[in-house]
Design a protein around this ligand. Structure first.
Ligand code: ATP
Length: 239
């Protein structure tokens, strides 16, 4: 079986700034794969390259064994790839329901919409209670839940999460990661988890990659990475 996503030697530049240099990685169906890296390492650029929001040079990106680099950004979601952006990026002046509607823009059938909504509310019952409340009035944790639920509304096969724990209290982080694990196990959604919180990311993933200055510098099983002295020193606070 070819990997669900195969990235081969891609580079991304913003003018003179090289954000990614010859990055290769693969994600197999059903996996949770973590991408660890510091601020500015290139994590968001990699997600945006997959979502076709930034142009890539060199190599290529294959999804379901087909070239993704020729696919327009608005078609990527239709192919089953959803990105949950850093900083949540929910629409603060729209209600919870309106935000969820936007996540489902590719879902034409009303029955499918209802099913996806019920499914999202099953993971996040608090959003059902707050369905008519404006997004901007939700707590930080609830806004992250809304961003996740919005991404789920397109029934993705590959869900890409950009720093879902950012700025959240430890108790909420635990809840969010438990739900991410459930989405992977119960719905068989493949997950690409971009995180600065290396400890949680490695606890809740099968494999991981480390990105530094736009290059992949380490990879392995999450269990092995957690024991690696370089990871402990640089990403796990030396503990
Ligand atoms: P963070 O966690 O801080 O978002 P990151 O690992 O996601 O960091 P990127 O946002 O991908 O990193 O940034 C990688 C590099 O590209 C950084 O040097 C950043 O300053 C630069 N960069 C990102 N976006 C742009 C842009 N639109 N124009 C110019 N440079 C950019």
């Amino acid at each position: 079986m070819p990997p669900l996503l195969e990235i081969n030697n891609i580079s991304v530049s913003y003018g003179p700034v090289k954000a990614l240099e010859e990055v290769s990685l693969e994600i197999r169906e059903g996996e949770v794969v973590a991408l660890l890296g510091a601020n500015g390492a290139g994590k968001t650029s990699l997600l945006n390259a997959i979502s076709r929001l930034v142009p890539v040079s060199g190599g290529g990106i294959k999804y379901c064994n087909r070239d993704l680099t020729g696919v327009r950004a608005d078609k990527v979601v239709r192919k089953g790839i959803a990105q949950c952006p850093e900083g949540r990026m929910i629409f603060p002046d729209l209600t919870v329901m309106e935000n969820l509607h936007l996540g489902a823009y590719i879902v034409r059938d009303e029955a499918d919409f209802k099913q996806n909504l019920e499914h999202a509310f099953n993971y996040f019952p608090v959003l059902s209670d707050r369905r008519n409340q404006k997004g901007g009035t939700l707590s930080g944790g609830e806004q992250q839940m809304l961003a996740l639920a919005r991404a789920l509304m397109s029934s993705p096969r590959l869900l890409m999460l950009d720093e879902p724990s950012l700025g959240l209290a430890p108790k909420i982080i635990q809840q969010i990661f438990q739900i991410i694990t459930r989405i992977n196990r119960e719905d068989n959604v493949t997950i690409f988890l971009v995180e600065q919180n290396a400890n949680e990311a490695l606890l809740h993933s099968n494999r991981g990659y480390v990105i530094e200055n736009g290059r992949i510098t380490m990879s392995g099983s999450s269990a092995d990475l957690r024991k690696d002295p370089r990871i402990i020193e640089a990403y796990l606070g030396g503990s």
